[in-house]
Design a protein around this ligand. Structure first.
Ligand code: CTP
Ligand code: CA
Length: 225
């Protein structure tokens, strides 16, 4: 720990960030995945470091960004792996930001060998089971930690995101309208609304993901003691 200076308000704080999309395997070479590039999580890690924090970034296999220096980097591929690493790092964290796009479901079984096509039928049905909600776990088990989630929505942004804020008992939810072009998944810019329990929403207008990350992190600072 050290004295936080005005330009490094996160000095002495441990900030845990997840980035990218999780994968759920059907067989050794095939998976269900999503479009997350991890850019927002990487921007958060970079800016948190610049604001003085000790940063741990857990990245998934879908992240191909250049990694920032002077941070701890861990990897996870599946949602189960991500859950395990997040829980392990959670205890010593002051802030946790779940920027990862976590798969909601995984195949009930993963074949140990590459699946073959079957003759005589044109349909294949895959049985899926719900994954653990990592953010909801963090919301219910947090002690001193500031827990922050993301919500990517294509419709009814504020209503859907407010439901998640309440249901997952988080301190801040970053609501992201992914129906707009030029922001969100894969792009270099973003525009978000910060939701906090009992507070008016805070709009962060379209800007680079680093500028958005700066806006998110400076709004987290007053939540720390
Ligand atoms: N999240 C998580 N574990 C899951 C699913 C989501 O930790 N199994 C986290 C995400 O990292 C994000 C937040 O929860 O910070 C919201 O994710 P989102 O997909 O928007 O919400 P869901 O609760 O999964 O609801 P839905 O996909 O049905 O809108
Ligand atoms: Ca989801």
């Amino acid at each position: 720990t050290g004295m936080a200076q005005a330009d490094q308000p996160l000095t002495g704080k441990h900030v845990l960030i997840t980035a990218g999309g999780t994968r759920e395997y059907l067989d050794p070479v095939r998976y269900l995945g999503n479009e997350s590039s991890g850019k927002m999580g990487v921007a958060l890690a970079t800016v948190a470091r610049d604001l003085g924090a000790q940063v741990t970034l857990i990245k998934t296999a879908s992240v191909h960004e250049t990694m920032p220096t002077d941070i701890k980097i861990l990897t996870a591929v599946t949602t189960a792996e991500l859950a395990q690493v997040v829980k392990q790092e959670f205890v010593t964290s002051d802030v946790v930001i779940m920027a990862a796009a976590v798969a909601d479901y995984r195949p009930v079984t993963t074949a140990t060998q590459k699946l073959k096509k079957t003759d005589g039928t044109n349909h294949l049905t895959v049985d899926l089971v719900k994954n653990e909600d990592i953010l909801q776990y963090l919301g219910s088990y947090k002690t001193h930690q500031v827990v922050v989630g993301f919500a990517a929505e294509t419709n009814d942004l504020l209503a859907n995101a407010t439901n998640k804020l309440v249901k997952k008992q988080v301190d801040m939810l970053v609501a992201n309208d992914v129906s707009q072009v030029g922001i969100g998944f894969g792009s270099n810019e973003n525009a978000v609304t910060l939701l906090q329990p009992g507070r008016e929403p805070i709009q962060l207008v379209q800007a680079s993901k680093e500028q958005i990350a700066h806006g998110i992190l400076t709004n987290i600072v007053p939540l720390l003691n």
